[in-house]
Design a binder for this molecule. Structure first.
Ligand code: GLC
Length: 521
């Protein structure tokens, strides 16, 4: 499996710790929220599935107003999730199974409960005052500019009454933005990276990392984007300098430590710039894919644009369909058949795939009754707890913090594991096929002619080759290929092991194994 660095070759699996698994399933007081011991106890499921690396969303001390993305202590585990010893045990258990571990790093803002902010707001002369971004109120208490926050639909500025100034927050008022222009702040956040690398993590997922740099002149954003949250518009040259510093910190440690960035800019070219010249982020999430509807033309355009903008920088793509912030793709695309076909695409495109826990079960978002809604951003549906089995509690100590996804009595790990035709087994077969095929992991990519509703491409590496066909249409369609090969994987399992018969079913996708030149002779 040698070839490229591990983060190019492998498949990541995102764990949202509140909802993955609990070690306290027998307890009705604590078993409704996941914990780190719960993750450790379920690692064998991930090994069975066949992923290579885990990304853990935040488990740090937090008042949980943004469910952990409001960090009050970057270097400790929130007691709801366990202890540092539990974390160490998790990393050791993952490494013993050959799984890498990356953790979330939230560099752009902290919780208003963080000691840094508490100290900053004690007075204008506080030693930590300039760890945050402050401005004097304008006439009538007006904010200094038109920047908007996320989740509140208001200005990104809130008055700190005691000191008479406004502070900047790209998200909730309880998430003040750090002032990265201050070298002390940068050093403190570098030390957070060192703390976790010393504990053995293989890398980081960097939260809204493009939002660390701020325009020191606090200039208004242009009118045409003034309705968007500021963090979706903010793109400062200085941030690239900051990221080069961050990269040097990662490089202080041996063992190929990496960082994948959440660069939430809608223009792919701007996103691509955050790879620098091989000296900034190793990977960036490709959000264009998440926003592509179920359409062959739109996906084709997204794939071409991704290849063009990243190719120009020699950067490596990522592919993602779902995460903890957006409706699940099973919900967006509307059927399990499409979700299965999308899984084939995700795991055969050129680039590193990121799975979101539960997509291997074909989970849809949970419907959330108004009295159970808890997230200020309305994202509860995709964060519902994973059902581990069909019996009461589904592996959790009721009541869970959110309701279960639909059909948990049948759509759960134990049940789908028993059924070889399930989507869970499809993911497992895809992951195994990918692991075994250098062409799928790092081969070249080339489009093949196909009917309008179909994407057809060839991946090849030396003598190893695969063809991938994905039917986005709702009708059976004929796809003629000069040398079709054998169906290695079908999204619905139909025809696997047989020669491809030149037809794709509605919303069906297949991976075809090509005979190697040696076998052809
Ligand atoms: C990122 C996280 C999201 C969080 C936000 C603010 O977008 O993915 O969950 O709410 O940052 O930290």
């Amino acid at each position: 499996m040698s070839g490229g660095p591990w983060w190019r070759d492998g498949v990541f699996y995102q764990i949202y710790p509140r909802s993955f698994a609990t070690s306290m399933h027998a307890s009705s007081t604590h078993g409704g929220v996941g914990d780190l011991r719960g993750v450790t106890a379920r690692l064998d499921h991930l090994v069975w599935l066949g992923v290579d690396a885990l990304w853990l969303s935040p488990f740090y001390r937090s008042p949980m107003r943004d469910f952990g993305y409001d960090v009050a202590d970057h270097c400790d585990v929130d007691p709801r999730f366990g202890t540092l010893a539990d974390f160490d045990a998790l990393v050791a258990a993952a490494h013993a199974r050959g799984l890498r571990v990356i953790v979330d790093w939230v560099p752009a803002h902290v919780s208003s409960d963080h000691p840094w902010f508490r100290e900053a707001r004690t007075g204008r002369a506080s030693a930590r005052r300039d760890w945050f971004v402050w401005a004097d109120p304008g006439p009538g208490g007006a904010p200094p500019n038109n920047w908007r926050s996320t989740f509140t639909d208001g200005p990104a500025w809130t008055l700190d009454e005691a000191t008479g100034q406004l502070y900047l927050h790209s998200f909730l008022p309880e998430q003040p933005d750090l002032a990265w222009a201050n070298p002390q702040v940068r050093r403190a956040m570098h030390d957070v990276l060192r703390f976790w690398m010393a504990r053995g993590v293989d890398g980081f997922r960097a939260d809204v990392v493009h939002n660390v740099g701020k325009d020191p002149a606090l200039t208004d954003v242009p009118a045409d984007v003034a309705g968007l949250p500021y963090f979706m518009v903010n793109d400062q040259a200085v941030t690239h300098e900051y990221l080069r510093e961050v990269r040097r910190v990662l490089d202080e440690f041996p063992g190929d430590r990496m960082m994948v960035g959440e660069v939430f800019l809608l223009d792919p070219e701007r996103m691509a710039a955050y790879h620098g010249h091989g000296d900034e982020l190793h990977l960036c999430f490709n959000f264009a894919a998440v926003f592509a509807p179920w359409s062959a033309a739109r996906w084709r355009a997204c794939i071409d644009r991704t290849a063009a903008v990243l190719g120009a920088r020699d950067a490596w793509p990522t592919w993602v369909l779902s995460n903890h912030d957006l409706p699940r793709h099973r919900t967006r695309y509307g059927s399990e058949a499409r979700a299965r076909a999308a899984a084939v695409l995700l795991l055969t495109l050129r680039g590193t795939p990121f799975l979101y826990m539960g997509e291997e079960l074909g989970l849809a978002d949970a419907p959330i009754p108004p009295d159970r809604a808890v997230d200020p951003g309305g994202r509860d549906g995709c964060r519902a707890p994973l059902p581990w089995h069909g019996e009461a509690g589904h592996g959790w100590g009721p009541p869970t913090w959110l309701p279960f996804p639909p059909d948990a009595a049948t759509r759960n790990v134990a049940e789908l594991k028993r059924d070889a035709t399930s989507i869970l087994h499809l993911y497992r077969r895809l992951l195994a096929a990918r692991r075994a095929a250098p062409s799928l992991r790092r081969g070249t990519f080339e489009w093949l002619p196909a009917p309008e509703s179909v994407l057809a491409f060839r991946r090849s590496h030396e003598e190893d080759a695969r063809l991938v066909l994905v039917n986005f249409g709702d009708d059976r369609v004929r796809v003629e290929l000069p040398s079709p090969g054998v169906v290695e994987i079908a999204s619905d399992g139909v025809g696997e092991g047989a020669v491809f018969e030149q037809f794709l079913g509605a919303s069906q996708a297949v991976v075809l194994r090509q005979p190697t030149p040696a076998a052809r002779r």
